[in-house]
Write a protein that binds this ligand. Structure first.
Ligand SMILES: O=C(O)CCC(=O)C(=O)O
Length: 358
């Protein structure tokens, strides 16, 4: 058995039945890493010992490993880096309190497009999500795009979709395994006939807008929000199409972007990047927390997070500032267009994104 997910020091692990002599599980490297991670997170030695013995490890060996970890030079190095992280978390935690002291913090603003200067000051530098209500006023897409239009103009083309997601609890993390090719016309029929479901979705991964056959879709995009570089649009835009019920689980992107709803509505929920420590982000850009069913026993720090919630209507455009967490569900059959062609610094790099557990 591999070590259980960290229990955050709640000390609530039940006592373990004692396995018969000789039947103990090995105290291997993954358990030693588990001990180090849980001590770094201030779990008590007693709760850790209880969890380990419940998992079938030999109690004396566990107690020695837990006691010995503090003298391990690798662990001591980790403690020094942790001190730096704690300093940064103090600052970001206080900044978050200051943000939340603004009475309007928990409400996502909906407003007509501001000037470039105001947009940059209030939303980009201010790191604040906003929904712009009028970006699409001159977009041919608003009158043209529909499932039937996709069928008629592009139905013969093959596209990449995400499929068989319902059978996989981690469908988003495993998105490479869910890639399938489909005739767009067949996919349109499936979306229309299938009703609400999360099983299939044409997501940003499809890269359709990089293909000359789909240039007509880009020609349907009119004025862009402030701080967008038109020349970058073909390289930095994505097309999304799916039924009501598609869910994109809680994650953060590594760029800022706009996401315009052309057909149908989507519900967006946001959490500040300053609250990342409450989201148990130990794997790439993902949080294991489902905002519809947060498991507070397993993820107690999630209580500290403030969730912003907004329904985006057809014609409206979300601005997603850098690092904001979001979980998105389609409320209707939906066609949307996202673009990250901002002309301001737009980079969120972190070390070793390939490490799945960090
Ligand atoms: O529209 C969706 O389903 C998800 C959008 C999203 O997460 C993104 O653009 O980063």
């Amino acid at each position: 058995m591999s070590p259980p997910v960290m229990n955050d020091g709640a000390g609530t692990c039940p006592p373990a039945p004692r396995p018969r002599e000789g039947a103990f599980k090995p105290l291997d490297d993954s358990w030693l890493q588990w001990i180090a991670e849980n001590r770094l997170r201030d779990c008590t030695p007693e709760s850790m010992l209880a969890t380990m013995t419940a998992a079938g490890l030999e109690p004396q060996a566990c107690a020695a490993a837990i006691a010995g970890i503090e003298d391990n030079p690798v662990f001591r190095a980790a403690r020094r880096f942790q001190q730096l992280q704690h300093k940064l978390e103090s600052v970001t935690g206080n900044l978050q309190k200051l943000w939340e002291s603004d009475a309007g913090y928990a409400r996502v603003e909906k407003r007509p497009t501001p000037t470039r200067d105001e947009f940059i000051a209030r939303y980009v530098r201010g790191c604040r999500p906003v929904v712009l209500t009028d970006v699409t006023h001159d977009w041919p897409a608003m009158a043209r795009w529909s499932p039937a239009d996709l069928q008629q103009r592009f139905g013969h083309l093959t596209v990449e979709i995400q499929d068989e997601r319902n059978a996989d609890a981690n469908f988003e993390e495993n998105k490479l395994d869910h890639r399938r090719m489909a005739r767009l016309g067949d996919f349109v029929n499936r979306v229309i006939a299938g009703g609400p479901t999360n099983d299939y979705y044409m997501t940003a991964n499809n890269e359709a807008l990089r293909r000359p056959e789909f240039a007509a879709l880009l020609a349907d995009i009119g004025s862009l929000p402030p701080a967008c570089d038109r020349a970058l649009l073909p390289h930095r835009s994505s097309f999304w199409f799916g039924p009501a019920g598609t869910l994109t689980p809680l994650h953060h992107d590594t760029i800022m972007l706009f996401h315009t709803q052309v057909v149908g509505r989507k519900r967006w929920r946001f959490i500040s990047p300053l609250q990342t420590p409450s989201l148990y982000n130990y794997n790439n850009v993902f949080s294991p927390i489902d905002l519809d069913r947060p498991d507070l026993d397993r993820y107690p720090r999630f209580r500290e997070a403030t969730v912003l919630d907004v329904v985006v209507q057809p014609g409206e455009t979300v601005f997603l500032p850098l690092g904001w967490w979001h979980q998105v569900i389609s409320l209707d059959v939906s066609l949307s267009f996202s673009y990250s062609n901002l002309d301001v610094p737009n980079e969120y790099s972190y070390r070793n994104p390939e490490i799945r557990n960090w």
